[in-house]
Design a protein around this ligand. Structure first.
Ligand code: FAD
Length: 321
């Protein structure tokens, strides 16, 4: 019996969240004495898939049909279900994401599987099968008991440490017959709103608040973001004032982010802002007020004037690179 992990990729590059799902699957496989097979759909090179082994997959099944590249949900669900049957799996692991949610919900019905989303730890199997998951935007945990034979676990971003030491995985092609109805809802074109790094996917984010005083000062945020290869975010009043576009607004009523590193500059740390950022792995706060509430949630803090600190930080990062 094996554990199957559904891999998402962005135009042929495996997503880090999927590698985290593979790492989780590997840890689960070690606990339950099962092998780990990943399944990837659409156009992606074998060399990229081989690397999935480093996160813990023993094997990768590749359904190479190019029609699957566009994230066609029903077709993805059916292709993954076929891989699941072929492998004789009883657990599907995937990353919690919008595509993952849509595919997992369909598979839960198809496989009559119990689905737990936002999983943060391995199941406790001492009595029953109890899964810990994050709720209320990371403020609390819930334990969900699953009593179905088939199980689907959607792993929260940044909740597991990424393995990188596994050997290359072998890649096997899998032919799956899909019908016209699998493609009845399809993406006909995609317009990227911007070439900038997308906030929900970003691994590093530099975010600015009202402490920046105005749109004309955003250059220091842009320079730091550029030097770090980061996406840019902002607090709600910043986008409400038109200093930055609304798609950059982070928080309870904006985008929820989960980068490895969130740098908050001139943001006070109101609960509504924190609700969108507390899944970040590390938070760095730069604020001139040592009493700013954000410091309580920070891993590192710099008390100082953003207009003095940021140019120096940017230069220091450029010098390292
Ligand atoms: P401020 O609170 O004005 O803080 C500015 C900070 O900058 C201060 O801490 C100050 O010390 C610091 N500062 C000033 N000058 C400098 C300097 N030169 N260098 C360094 N630091 C400096 N907010 C969100 O962000 N996201 C949301 O999704 C959101 N949703 C909301 C939903 C509701 C229903 C409500 C009621 C509010 C919501 N808010 C949200 C607003 C939230 O309550 C705060 O008002 C907002 O987050 C404050 O933004 P800010 O930290 O940029 O500004």
């Amino acid at each position: 019996m094996s554990i199957l992990v559904y891999i998402e990729h962005d135009e042929g590059a495996v997503k880090k969240t999927s590698l985290e799902a593979v790492s989780y699957g590997k840890a689960l496989g070690e606990k339950e004495g099962k092998s780990v097979t990943a399944v990837a759909l659409g156009k992606i090179d074998d060399a990229e898939l081989t690397k999935v082994g480093s996160a813990g997959a023993d094997k990768v099944l590749h359904v190479a049909d190019e029609k699957l590249s566009a994230g066609v949900i029903q077709a993805h669900a059916n292709a993954v279900a076929k891989a699941y049957e072929k492998e004789g799996a009883n657990t599907l692991v995937l990353a919690k994401s919008s595509l993952g949610d849509a595919v997992a919900a369909r598979l839960a019905v198809k496989l009559k599987a119990g689905l737990v989303s936002n999983v943060v730890d391995l199941p406790d199997t001492n009595s029953g099968y109890k899964v810990k998951r994050s709720i209320y935007t990371g403020k609390a945990f819930a334990i969900t008991e699953v009593n179905t034979d088939n199980k689907i676990l959607a792993v929260k971003k940044n909740a597991v440490s990424l393995r990188t030491d596994g050997p290359d995985a072998k890649v096997e092609k899998l032919e799956v017959e899909l019908s016209e109805s699998d493609f009845s809802a399809k993406i006909t074109s995609t317009d990227k709103a911007t070439d900038e790094i997308s906030l929900p996917e970003a691994d590093i984010i530099v975010s600015g608040g009202r402490g920046l005083k105005g749109a004309e000062n955003w250059g220091i945020i842009e320079d730091l973001a550029k030097a770090m290869g980061a996406a840019m975010g902002c607090s709600k009043p910043v986008s409400d004032s038109g200093w930055r576009p609304h798609h950059e607004h982070v928080g309870q009523t904006g985008v929820k982010v989960a980068p490895s590193l969130y740098v908050a500059v001139g943001i006070s740390g109101a609960i509504q802002h924190l609700a969108g950022v507390n899944a970040s792995k590390y938070i760095v706060v730069i604020n001139k007020d040592p009493e700013a509430p954000f410091f309580k949630s920070a891993d590192y803090g710099i008390v100082g004037d953003a207009f003095e600190v940021l140019p120096k930080l940017t230069e220091a990062i450029k010098a390292i690179k």
